[in-house]
Design a protein. Structure first.
Length: 337
């Protein structure tokens, strides 16, 4: 079973964005030392929820400071950028890291970047399939051309060429179908628990037909991960720290087209995260990870480790998870995890 870290570059109040970004690269270095398999960086624009506007750029920095760990984007917002340009950036990182880079992409939302970058809500609402197919073609190591609704250009050669397969963040049935029909692995968010993840994987398998049904995509599940001496202590600390970030952070999601912004009861959301994810003692975390693997069939989890909101405590959390949780998870029999 693969276990990685998931870094939102969370902008907790009172912390300068530059410090958050430096702390994010330090966390990836710490994850490599602690034995994690990979590290995934989120991308957000114009908001404190996540202060990294270019996951590819920060991944490049992290790859240059590490030697073993795989680094990926979770995710690069495909609706806000040109898919061929993103493929070019991914190809660079693939080559200079000896294959340690993975590209994750998502549809995003009707947020401000669509207006600022000029891609518009139409790209978000109906242009994702075209963008995804163009990205996959560009990452297939050869020629690429376009004659669609959103992209039209003559055939060009990808330089440098790189054969890569993106991971797709799936939060809707339509995106699940797109990923399944193309045989692409899914990234499942930490806002849903085992039941929802299991249902999504079942839907994917139902949609996967033809060659895609035989590829054997390995999906990735995101979860909050925090270890303390006792489960009670871990939950208490998350209840104290997470609302400071989630309250102003989630308020930063501003639609550009007049639709109502998303609303969430922060306290209830924190309780949900603590209940469905590995937040607790080391033994409790191992049990939750094992249960998720057994119930969902997932063999790749990435743990959001920044919940304490403090650089030193994030590094401590990574070290404790690596020392107290990873060995026990990896010692489980193959059928369990």
């Amino acid at each position: 079973m693969r276990i990685g870290v998931f870094l939102v570059a969370a902008g907790f109040p009172g912390t300068a964005p530059g410090d958050v970004l430096r702390g994010t690269t330090e966390a990836i270095e710490a994850a490599e030392r602690a034995g994690f398999d990979d590290a995934w960086i989120a991308e957000h624009h114009f908001m404190s929820y996540g202060v990294c506007p270019s996951a590819v750029t920060l991944a490049a920095v992290a790859l240059g400071r590490t030697s073993r760990i795989t680094v990926g984007t979770a995710v690069s917002v495909l609706s806000a950028q040109h898919p061929v340009a993103l493929a070019e950036q991914a190809a660079i990182l693939h080559h200079v890291s000896d294959g340690r880079f993975r590209l994750g992409v998502g549809r995003g939302g009707p947020w401000l970047e669509l207006e600022v970058f000029g891609t518009g809500t139409a790209r978000f609402e109906r242009g994702f399939p075209e963008s995804l197919d163009l990205l996959c073609t560009a990452l297939n190591g050869g020629q690429v051309a376009a004659d669609g609704e959103f992209f039209r250009f003559r055939e060009v050669s990808m330089v440098p060429q790189a054969r890569m397969t993106p991971v797709v963040a799936c939060t809707s049935d339509g995106t699940v179908r797109l990923a399944a029909e193309r045989g692409l692995s899914m990234l499942l968010g930490m806002h849903v628990g085992d039941d929802e993840k299991t249902e999504t994987i079942a839907a994917y398998e139902a949609y996967a037909t033809g060659p895609a049904a035989h590829i054997g995509a390995v999906h990735i599940g995101a979860a909050l991960g925090y270890v303390a001496d006792t489960t009670e202590q871990a939950v208490r600390e998350m209840r104290e720290s997470l609302p400071r970030w989630l309250g102003p952070g989630l308020a930063g999601y501003v639609p550009v087209d007049g639709r109502p912004p998303p609303r969430r009861n922060i306290a209830e959301y924190v309780d949900l995260l603590c209940r469905i994810h590995p937040v607790g003692s080391a033994e409790h975390c191992v049990e939750k990870i094992t249960t998720t693997a057994e119930r969902t069939g997932l063999r790749h989890l990435i743990l959001m480790v920044e919940g304490a909101g403090d650089r030193a405590r994030t590094l401590e959390n990574i070290a404790r998870l690596g020392a107290e949780v990873l060995p026990a998870v990896r010692a489980l029999r193959p059928g369990a995890a």
